[in-house]
Design a protein around this ligand. Structure first.
Ligand code: AMP
Length: 252
């Protein structure tokens, strides 16, 4: 299974392709999940392109499940799944509602399809770890696979939200991945992790981002705080350009 919110791009298709190498049949879901958006966020504006999405999936996904909100959340729906562990901090500091919405809908989707495997993108790295935790803790009979981030020629991670960017904003957006690579080079060169995070925040402001939510270097398996690179680490960042919020992350 490959769960998505639609407005499909090549990154989503790469997850379906990955799933196809491991499974006989792929179920893709398309559902803009209201419970993972706060009232001030872009739920209404989120791009919805179902016809084009179905064309992209033609011949790739055996089943496309595109439920309505009423189907997923019928009258009286009252259950929320809260995952601890890797959901602490980072995205949760800025979108406190987010992972409960994700965990609840992913649990429902996995129980509806009961797939042997489900593929999620490393693009949403914290989400990938939260989904792995959810599935382990509830003993759901699905193996979670992480797939690499697909990027544009200048390194910008493909995202449905890139459609919001003006030409000028798109140029700024392309700096995010470059700055993360520069920070990785600095810490690999024995730089102090906190100093490097601060330098990343400064560089994003200077590049023209209108707000920087975080640049963080964490343990890659747990997202715990670290002070040295003795174990696999990950750099994660979130920043806004105008109203558009972008996230990215890379292995260190
Ligand atoms: P979304 O529709 O944005 O919720 O994403 C659905 C799935 O596609 C998630 O598992 C994302 O991590 C994944 N995804 C989004 N963007 C990319 C990308 N550029 N490369 C690979 N996977 C992606």
């Amino acid at each position: 299974m490959v769960p998505t919110m639609g407005a499909l791009h090549d990154g989503h298709v790469s997850l379906v392709t990955e799933a196809k190498t491991r499974a006989d049949h792929v179920v893709a879901s398309i559902f803009v999940n209201p419970t993972q958006f706060a009232p001030n966020e872009d739920f209404d504006a989120y791009p919805r392109t179902l016809d084009a999405d179905l064309q992209r999936l033609h011949g790739k996904a055996a089943i496309v499940f595109a439920p309505t909100a009423r189907e997923m959340y019928p009258d009286g729906f009252s259950t929320t799944i809260t995952v601890g562990g890797p959901s602490a901090g980072l995205e949760t500091d800025f979108r406190p509602h987010f992972f409960a919405g994700v965990a609840t809908v992913v649990a429902k989707l996995l129980l509806a399809a009961l797939p042997d495997i489900a593929v999620f993108g490393e693009k949403d790295y914290q989400q990938l770890l939260v989904v792995k935790r959810l599935v382990a803790d509830l003993a759901l009979p699905t193996q979670i696979i992480g797939a690499p981030t697909l990027r544009e020629a200048d390194g910008l991670a493909l995202s449905s939200r890139n459609a919001y960017l003006s030409v000028d904003e798109r140029a700024v957006a392309g700096r995010l991945n470059v700055i993360l690579k520069e920070i990785i080079a600095a810490v690999r060169d024995h730089g102090d992790l906190r100093v490097a995070e601060g330098a990343g925040v400064d560089a994003l402001w200077k590049a023209g981002f209108s707000h920087v939510d975080y640049v963080a270097i964490r343990d890659a398996a747990t997202l715990d705080h670290i002070t040295s690179l003795n174990a696999p680490a990950r750099i994660l960042a979130a920043a806004k350009i105008g109203k558009t919020r972008l996230i990215d992350n890379m292995a260190i």
